[in-house]
Design a protein around this ligand. Sequence first.
Ligand code: ADP
Ligand code: MG
Length: 225
Amino acid sequence: MDIKVKDVSKVYGAGDNRVVALNHVHMDIREGEFISIMGPSGSGKSTLLHIISGLDAPTSGQVLYGARDIHNGSDKEMSAFRRRKIGFIFQRFHLLPVLSARENIIMPLLLDRQQPDEEYLREVTGLLGLNDRLTHLPHELSGGQQQRVAIARALIAKPDIIFADEPTGNLDSGSGGEVMKMLCNIQGKLNKTLVVITHDPRIAEMAARRFAIVDGVLLSAEAGT
Ligand code: ADP
Ligand code: MG
């Protein structure tokens, strides 16, 4: 499914507190593509990701998944759509401390009253190098391993699209690089659409197509420049 962002703006507050977080953003994301969006802190990256993924609504403009306007439906429809089609990876791993890695990974399915596909689970945890860590609790894992558990959790419902908001922001550069390599490999192998937000140019460069965002204005950044 292709995604089209059409003339999206987001304004927070009013009067002296008015902030234009996104300023007439246009963007096309094709199915199976790996895109990065780079920008400094406060430039509108998270706001854009939240709006593209349906977590937040734009002030004006549209986000289309195929022909469907994702902001034009009930909250219930929208959250069902997100649960089945979209995987999220955050800077903070948001693992539940009392659950094992495996339990954390399958939690989204249990909440949706589904059982895991064990073969797929093994494939994903294998690609993430987690097969000998599945019974560990989060505090028994390194930061990089915890983020890999969070990636497996994002993939478990077999979403078409993965959004990652500064996925290496809490990791040192070594384990951050390793996590990104695995994510990149999975994107190609499982043919997912991947949108990664970062302020790290080395991570942005891993994507096939790159954008930059400054003060809410999105610009295309040609590969190799
Ligand atoms: P980034 O993720 O690039 O650091 P954000 O998208 O979080 O940036 O924020 C963009 C701008 O919008 C910032 O100026 C921020 O202060 C503002 N902003 C974000 N969320 C809110 C909110 N809920 N209310 C008011 N202002 C917000
Ligand atoms: Mg942010």
